[in-house]
Design a protein around this ligand. Structure first.
Ligand SMILES: [Cu+2]
Length: 188
């Protein structure tokens, strides 16, 4: 019975780690340290180009709200820098926008001339389920306890891919442990 209890404890830890892994959502500071600006310091197209935005991620716009704002607009209005009929308007100077759907989001600054100067960003959001995950190699659970020693149970990494691989490896470990648990249960 002691072995069974031990396995139960490990399974419980794995489940906690899995939940932790799945709740990881990224937060992006738009323009990084430069923030949301019209000064030409940031090429927002380039900034967004190398990032994978997923449903549940958050954009943070930081700026002086005396000189800037954030307006979510249609693609048509984005292309023509038309801020007169926004979908959403933000103006606190530190706005968090959660990306709720897998679609294109378009943001621009509504102050005159700022969008034309490049203060605009297009964000392509893909479904959370399409996050790249390495395909784990499944091997038969010949030695149940071996699985536990090779799998980390916690993560302090903010890297999404690391978190994802942690999640999938935990999932594999969890599946195997559940299998082991079933086998052990039958043995008793
Ligand atoms: Cu502006």
């Amino acid at each position: 019975m002691a072995l069974l209890a031990k396995i139960n404890a490990v399974v419980f830890l794995m489940m906690i780690a899995s939940v932790f892994g799945v709740s990881m959502a990224a937060v992006y500071n738009v323009g990084d340290s430069a923030g949301w600006t019209s000064a030409g310091a940031v090429d927002y197209h380039k900034w967004a180009d190398h990032k994978d935005f997923h449903v549940g991620d958050t954009l943070v716009f930081k700026y002086n709200n005396q000189f800037h704002n954030v307006k979510q607009v249609s693609q048509k209005d984005f292309l023509s820098c038309d801020a007169t009929s926004p979908i959403n308007t933000y103006g606190t100077g530190s706005d968090s926008v959660t990306l709720k759907s897998a679609s294109h989001y378009h943001f621009l600054c509504g102050f005159p001339g700022h969008c034309q100067a490049g203060q605009k960003v297009e964000i392509l959001v893909t479904p959370a389920s399409l996050r790249p995950t390495p395909s784990p190699v499944l091997s038969p659970p010949s030695h149940c306890t071996d699985q536990t020693s090779t799998t980390p149970t916690t993560s302090t990494s903010t890297d999404k891919n690391a978190a994802n691989s942690l999640y999938s490896s935990n999932f594999v470990a969890f599946t195997m442990l559940a299998f082991c648990l079933a086998v052990t249960g039958f043995a008793f």
